[in-house]
Structures are given as structure tokens and as C-alpha cells.
Design a protein around this ligand. Structure first.
Ligand code: CU
Length: 138
């Protein structure tokens, strides 16, 4: 009787520890959310920063939450801006932006350095200068 109670307590404790470990793993595994605005004045903006720069660790997983606003012109497919790193096009860093907020999971490149992020949609006045920087460093 008593042993059964002890065993039950041990099983319950084990289950709780396992659940706790799972939650910790899930929390540390969830990607950092990076917010970005492709604004109506045809510039990129990072809320809370004076300059539009994203700094990531090599291979870091992020969730890019990007909000796009119409800046005067749009592409035939309805895109009002895009978010493109030409060198990383094959790795998902090539996003056409419709108006509104969308989320994209991305992985930072392993190669450290600076990457140019460009808008490739002719979005209106200022489009030629619509770019920002990704810095990858340890
Ligand atoms: Cu543009």
C-alpha cells in the first residue's frame, strides 16, 4: 500500500520533471521575433531603432514579422515592396511583400559579415535607396 503510494508519487514527479524539461526546451528553441516595417515612405524601419539594421548570430533562427505599407507603386502581383538579400536568395531571404503584416521563419547564414537587404519592387519615390543591413556576427 505504502510502496504503491511512493511509486505513484515518484511517477508523478518524473512526469512533472519531464514536462518542465520539455517546456524549457520549447522556450529556448522558439525563434527570436524580429519586427520590421517596409514603410509608405519607401524605407525599411526597425521599431525602436534609429537605423534599420538586424544583427544575428550565425545560423540563428528568427521569425521575421514584417509589415508593409503601399508607397505609391506596386508590382503586377500586388507586392508593394520586397525584402531580398541577393546572395541568400536560395535560403529564403527573398520575400515579396503584400500590404499588411506577415511572418516568415528565416535562418541567418553561417558566414559572418554584412549583407545588403534590398527592396526589388519598384515601390515609388525613394525606391532606389530602399535598403538596410543584416549583420551576422558571433
Ligand atoms: Cu522598393
Amino acid at each position: 500500500m505504502r510502496i504503491r503510494k511512493i511509486l505513484r508519487t515518484m511517477a508523478l514527479t518524473g512526469a512533472l520533471i519531464a514536462a518542465g524539461a520539455f517546456l524549457v526546451a520549447a522556450a529556448t528553441d522558439s525563434p527570436r521575433v524580429i519586427e520590421l516595417v517596409a514603410d509608405k515612405d519607401n524605407t525599411f524601419k526597425v521599431p525602436g531603432q534609429s537605423k534599420p539594421v538586424i544583427t544575428l548570430k550565425p545560423g540563428e533562427k528568427i521569425l521575421l514579422r514584417i509589415t508593409a505599407h503601399f508607397g505609391g507603386e506596386q508590382a503586377r502581383d500586388g507586392s508593394v515592396h520586397s525584402f531580398v538579400i541577393k546572395k541568400l536568395r536560395g535560403q529564403g531571404w527573398d520575400i515579396r511583400l503584400k500590404e499588411g503584416t506577415q511572418e516568415y521563419p528565416l535562418v541567418a547564414p553561417q558566414q559572418t559579415g554584412e549583407y545588403l537587404i534590398e527592396c526589388t519592387v519598384k515601390c515609388g519615390p525613394g525606391h532606389d535607396d530602399m535598403n538596410m543591413k543584416l549583420i551576422v556576427k558571433n
